[in-house]
Structures are given as structure tokens and as C-alpha cells.
Design a protein around this ligand. Structure first.
Ligand code: T4K
Length: 374
């Protein structure tokens, strides 16, 4: 089988046309206003409020800074129960706030924090749960809310992958005390770089605004030692334009996901998570698959390398587990992370992006089947 002529990457950002973006840039040039809560950002914030049906949002330069500021604004301290199966930024945000991460195992089907394993990790120092909707799959929202309520813990979601996901016909941002969304270029929906916090307590609005702008309350008053985490006008323009494409993007990614599932469900050694529950409108942001080495006849790592021979660049999101990274090896792990370890060794995320053609998805499936047979 022929290799792809051009590299097939795990993702490519969707973009409005060059002409349309330039048209939008005119307003920014006319305004001579590039950042610091400019008019395009203000308009974009209103659009997002309508889209998400909430007033309590804050926009940031990226998701990592948003999460750091979210934790800081909520005054989270001590220990936070979180997942080791996520992007490094989740745990980094805890560390930047001098919070100790307590890693908890995950569920084998959703790859999200396992609610059944959280309570045994709660200590007098536990202040919050930081769960991640991994690959946009919603966590067990009711179970987590119940644990948080019974133990008086703040419930925070890293929803970096979950923009566009709805549960019970409302945006996933409405669950928990605070959710962080990443608008990075590699996400289904993006603003080049960007991040958003959505929160329950409207009183946090001012605190987040101060924290992302050096702590300025007005020209002369600095009320807290903030940082610089502002979203600029070009990011806001991209984010605003991209909102118009949300339905199309989800539809395209859904079709790609379905082709992979239909074509690969019979390939021995490759498996997918069960479909999300019926009350979930999923965003199909990623295509994660598990490779069972014994059944597939090749390890996940070998497959990841083999695909490169065909010019296909899959990714191993998320491997290694965070507790195995050199920077987090000193974090004590008190309970086994058996499921997380296994998933992290078997996971492979396959290419998916809006302008990946259906023919190319079929070809990737043909190549995977061929590799399995040989
Ligand atoms: N929490 C979670 C759970 C997250 O997944 C993330 C970010 C965060 C927090 C933090 O949010 P941000 O601060 O990033 O807003 C990528 C992204 O950089 C990162 O945003 C994302 N998660 C993570 C899962 O994936 P890398 O290191 O894999 O990116 P990179 O540069 O290797 O790009 C991936 C693929 O996309 C490559 O094949 C190249 C292609 N690509 C990339 C860019 C940037 C393009 O074709 N065009 C582009 O412009 O981390």
C-alpha cells in the first residue's frame, strides 16, 4: 500500500478563509486597538455568553493560564485530587499554585477520573477535585458533584477538550464550580491560542479580571499581584469567526469518527470506548483507540512508529502518565493507578480534522488493517 504523499498529522487547525480574516482585521487596524479588553474582545465575550447561556465567563491568553488563575481565584490550597491521564498543563496549574496533586485512577471506558476511587484519597488537606473531560467525554458529573458536596470540596473541570459538548441539552460548562476550556489551535474550536473560564459564583468575575491584568482595578490601584494573561484582539477575532463553524466542525468530526469506528471495529486488537450516553451531545474532538499488543500483534509504540512509514503521524495522548514524568516523580502515589497505566500504554489518537477527506480516513483504516494482517 502506498504511503501518503503529504504527511497526515493528528490534527490541523480549521481556519476561516484568508480573505474573510483580512476583512475582520480591517476593524482592528481602524481601531488601532490590539489588546487590553478591546472592542473585538468585548463583542466576542458577548457572543460566547449567548452561545453558552451564561454571564459568568472570563477570557484568557491560553487555557493553562486560565486554569492557573481559576485555581488562584478560588483560593484552592493543600491537596487536590486529580487524574494522571491528561495533558501536563492540568497538573502544572496546580503546581504553579503550590497545590499538591493527588493522583487518582481512571475509568476504563471514559478514561476520566473514577468516582469510586476518589473518596479513599480524601484527607483533611483536600480542598478540591480537578477532573478532566478527557477527549471531550463528560466525566461522571452527578457522582463527582455528590462527592464534592458531601466532603465540602470545590469541583473544578479541566474542559480543555470539551467545547461544544452538551449534557442534558445544556453546555457542559454549567457543571461544577468552574470549568476551563482551551482554545488552542489544535482544538476542535480555537482562537489561535486562548482559554476561557466559566464559573458559578458571579463574584469571581472581578477577581479573574484583576488577576489576568496585573491586579489593576483602575489606573492607580493594584489590588492583588496578578499576572498578564489577557486575550488579544486577533485571538478574539479568530474565536468570533470560528463560532460560526461550530456545527459544521462537529458534523465533520462526527463523520470521521464514525468511519474509523465502522471500519476498525472488526480489526482484532483495536478497540474504541463505548459511545457516550444518550443525554450527551458529543463533539468528536479526538479519535482515541486502544491497541492490545497481544491481539494486534504489535505494541502501541511499534504501531505509532510503523504509521510514520506511511506518512501518518498519530499521537500518544496521554503517555507517559503524569506521575511517571521526571518533574512529578517526587509526588507520592498512595493508591494504584492500574487502569491509567494500562490505558496510557495502549492509547493512540488517530488523525481527525475538518479537511481530512473521507477517502483519506478510509485509506488510514486500510493501512491499519494491513499492518494488523501482516
Ligand atoms: N488541559 C488539557 C487537558 C489539555 O489538553 C491542554 C492542552 C491544556 C490543559 C492546556 O491548554 P492550552 O494552554 O494549550 O490552551 C497540543 C496543544 O498544544 C495543547 O493545547 C493540547 N492540550 C495538547 C493535547 O495538544 P502538542 O505538544 O501535542 O502540540 P503539537 O505542536 O505537537 O501539535 C499537535 C499536532 O497539530 C501536530 O501534528 C502539528 C499540528 N499542528 C499544530 C499547530 C500548533 C498544526 O497543524 N498547526 C498548528 O498550528 O500539544
Amino acid at each position: 500500500m502506498e504511503k501518503f504523499e503529504k504527511p497526515i498529522l493528528v490534527t490541523r487547525p480549521f481556519m476561516p478563509t484568508y480573505e474573510a480574516f483580512c476583512e475582520g482585521l480591517k476593524e482592528i487596524w481602524d481601531n488601532q486597538w490590539l489588546t487590553n479588553n478591546g472592542p473585538v474582545l468585548q463583542r466576542y465575550r458577548s457572543e460566547l455568553k449567548n452561545y453558552l447561556e451564561t454571564n459568568n465567563i472570563g477570557l484568557f491568553a491560553n487555557g493553562t493560564l486560565a486554569l492557573q488563575i481559576g485555581l488562584q481565584g478560588l483560593c484552592i490550597r493543600g491537596e487536590v485530587i486529580t487524574t494522571p491521564f491528561t495533558f501536563v498543563a492540568t497538573t502544572h496549574a496546580l503546581y504553579w499554585n503550590q497545590i499538591r496533586p493527588v493522583f487518582c485512577d481512571i475509568e476504563p471506558d471514559t478514561f476520566n477520573l473514577d468516582p469510586a476511587k476518589i473518596e479513599e484519597l480524601i484527607t483533611p488537606w483536600t480542598t478540591a477535585i480537578l477532573a478532566v473531560h478527557v477527549f471531550g467525554r463528560p466525566c461522571k458529573l452527578n457522582a463527582l458533584a455528590d462527592i464534592a458536596r458531601r466532603h465540602n470540596l470545590t469541583l473544578i473541570y479541566d474542559a480543555a477538550h470539551a467545547f461544544g459538548v452538551r449534557v442534558n441539552e445544556k453546555s457542559i460548562c454549567h457543571y461544577g464550580d468552574l470549568s476551563m476550556f482551551s482554545f488552542h489551535a489544535t482544538k476542535l474550536y480555537h482562537s489561535i491560542e486562548g482559554g476561557m473560564l466559566v464559573f458559578k459564583d458571579p463574584g469571581l468575575q472581578n477577581i479573574f479580571s484583576y488577576l489576568k491584568n496585573f491586579g489593576f482595578k483602575n489606573e492607580t490601584e493594584v489590588v492583588m499581584p496578578g499576572t498578564n494573561a489577557k486575550m488579544n484582539e486577533l485571538q478574539a477575532l479568530m474565536g468570533s469567526m470560528m463560532l460560526n463553524y461550530m456545527d459544521m466542525l462537529i458534523e465533520k468530526k462526527k463523520r470521521i469518527y464514525e468511519i474509523y469506528q465502522e471500519r476498525l471495529c472488526d480489526v482484532v486488537g483495536i478497540s474504541f470506548s463505548p459511545d457516550p450516553e444518550r443525554n450527551v451531545d458529543y463533539n468528536y474532538a479526538y479519535v482515541p483507540a486502544l491497541i492490545n499488543e497481544h491481539e494486534f500483534g504489535m505494541s502501541r509504540n511499534e504501531l505509532h512508529e510503523k504509521l510514520k512509514e506511511y506518512n501518518i503521524f498519530s499521537r500518544r495522548y496521554f503517555y507517559p502518565l503524569l506521575n511517571d514524568l521526571s518533574c512529578y516523580q517526587s509526588v507520592a502515589v498512595s493508591k494504584p493507578l492500574t487502569v491509567a497505566k494500562k490505558v496510557s500504554e495502549q492509547i493512540i489518537t488517530l488523525p481527525t480534522y475538518a479537511d481530512l477527506s473521507e477517502d483519506d480516513v478510509h485509506k488510514i483504516c486500510d493501512i491499519l488493517s494491513k499492518i494488523r494482517t501482516h
